[in-house]
Design a protein around this ligand. Structure first.
Ligand code: ADP
Length: 442
């Protein structure tokens, strides 16, 4: 019964009913006493009117006192919902139930205002970044219609965004970029530009629907720069090495010739000739050796992968190193799939360098390995002088040693990369010396 009442009446109606019920017994008793008592009819009617008026008007006043702040509160919340954050609820105070609600609502408004401002600023920043970057950015919806394009994208397709948005990827001629691996590089010709592009594809959801984000980066210039730098370095080192052999050959040939042209031939002419020719032969041979190692570097065969136990491989090569006792640090018993001959060559080079460096300072060499994230990490640590210039270390033929070839590190890195791994060499952070790090997939 009461529940049905409750449902039938509004909140205000219920408050009014309760106020009326609260005043009802007092009113009834007062009226009964008034009408039973011995009063003039005029007084009876006047007091009846006064009692009823007070009863009704205060009941209505109670209803308003409850309903009014609630109405104000809902107006305020509606304004917030519509994004108007300029309003403030009045009567906020912490020592009063209604005031507390107003206080919280004001705090909510402030938080929403700050969040909205943050989101707006982030959007402006994103727009600015999108406009400024050289890369072309496109976003496609589930039907492969273009939903977003930046200035780089407009340049690439040679048309303003208004003409591009809403058209399908195939109509725009870039549907090929939305398939295949990512990232990858591709030679493509677009209406606005052509060259070599790095293509990056990723997915995101908007409104619960899958979208594709396509980013195209022009790598032609970067690649050309890298190629040019590589050639320049190579030519520099080759030139240096060839000159080292050619200059003595040239000057010796010149002086031997002038000896032969002299009228009075010196007594030890034969000795001079023999010595000079020996030096020329030696230099020519060195040049030959240099060319052989160059060919080895340029024509590294594909690795033949077989299981290789890391500990066995390390210990065997450490034993081959007779100039110094290399310490082998304990490591986990792991196996890699690798070309045994090539990895042997790699470790001989790197270990040889470490021992060369350690012998310079009278320090030691340590080899250790660990396995994590599906990779083997082998570290070769020495107490040598460390590395001052890391820029040229892996450049073919770069060497600081009198009898060095400068091939070791370049070849070792090629071997590591052919196995899907990496090889780095840098000065140790803690202590003196260098640390070579070889990472190979397990
Ligand atoms: P090479 O040993 O014939 O000089 P590499 O390519 O193996 O050729 O090494 C190139 C150069 O890198 C060396 O000449 C040396 O200057 C430097 N290097 C290599 N390993 C180390 C190391 N452990 N400590 C210091 N320098 C090193």
């Amino acid at each position: 019964m009461t529940r049905r009442w409750r449902r039938a009446l509004t909140h205000e109606g219920r408050i009014l009913a309760m106020a009326l019920v609260a005043g009802l017994p007092g009113t009834l008793v007062a009226l009964a006493l008034l009408w039973v008592g011995d009063y003039t009819t005029r007084l009876q009617w006047t007091l009846t009117c006064v009692i009823l008026l007070f009863w009704a008007s205060f009941s209505f006043a109670v209803r308003e006192a409850v309903a009014h702040p609630l109405r104000a509160l809902s107006n305020f919340l509606a304004a917030l919902r519509e994004g108007d954050y300029s309003m403030r609820a009045r009567g906020a105070r912490s020592d009063d139930a209604l005031g507390l609600a107003m206080l919280e609502v004001n705090a909510l408004g402030k938080t929403l205002r700050e969040q909205r401002l943050g989101a707006l600023e982030a959007t402006v920043l994103l727009r600015r970044v999108m406009a400024e970057i050289d890369a072309a950015v496109f976003a496609f919806d589930a039907e492969r219609r273009l939903r977003l394009v930046n200035r780089g994208g407009e340049r690439l397709l040679g048309q303003p965004a208004e003409r591009l948005l809403g058209r399908t990827a195939s109509a725009l001629g870039i549907s090929g970029c939305l398939e295949g691996d990512s990232p990858r590089t591709l030679d493509v010709e677009f209406p606005g530009a052509s060259g070599r592009w790095e293509i990056r594809l990723s997915e995101f959801r908007q409104g619960g629907l899958p979208h594709q984000l396509l980013v195209l980066i022009d790598v032609s210039k970067t690649l050309r720069d890298h190629e040019r730098q590589a050639w320049q370095r190579l030519v520099r080192v080759l030139g240096h090495e060839i000159n080292n052999s050619l200059a003595p050959i040239q000057s010796l040939a010149g002086s031997l010739q002038s000896l032969l042209l002299r009228e009075a031939r010196p007594a030890d002419l034969e000795d001079d000739l023999r010595q000079g020719l020996a030096v020329i032969a030696g230099r020519a041979e060195a040049l030959g050796r240099f060319m052989t190692s160059y060919a080895r570097l340029a024509r590294l065969p594909r690795p033949r992968l077989e299981p290789l136990a890391v500990e066995h491989w390390v210990r065997r090569l450490v034993e081959l190193e007779t100039r110094l006792d290399v310490e082998v640090l304990p490591g986990p018993p792991v196996q890699v799939r690798a070309d045994g001959d090539q990895l042997e060559q790699l470790l001989i080079n790197v270990l040889g360098n470490a021992v060369d460096a350690a012998l310079e300072t009278g320090g030691g060499v340590r080899v250790g390995w660990s396995a994590a994230d599906g990779h083997l990490e082998l570290r070769i640590e020495d107490d040598g002088p460390g590395i001052s210039d890391t820029a040229n270390l892996f450049v073919p033929f770069f060497t600081t040693k009198a009898s060095g070839s400068g091939i070791g590190l370049a070849l070792s890195r090629q071997i590591a990369e052919a196995h899907g791994g990496t090889l780095t060499l840098e000065s140790r952070r803690a202590g003196r010396g260098a640390e070579a790090k070889l990472r190979l997939p397990l």
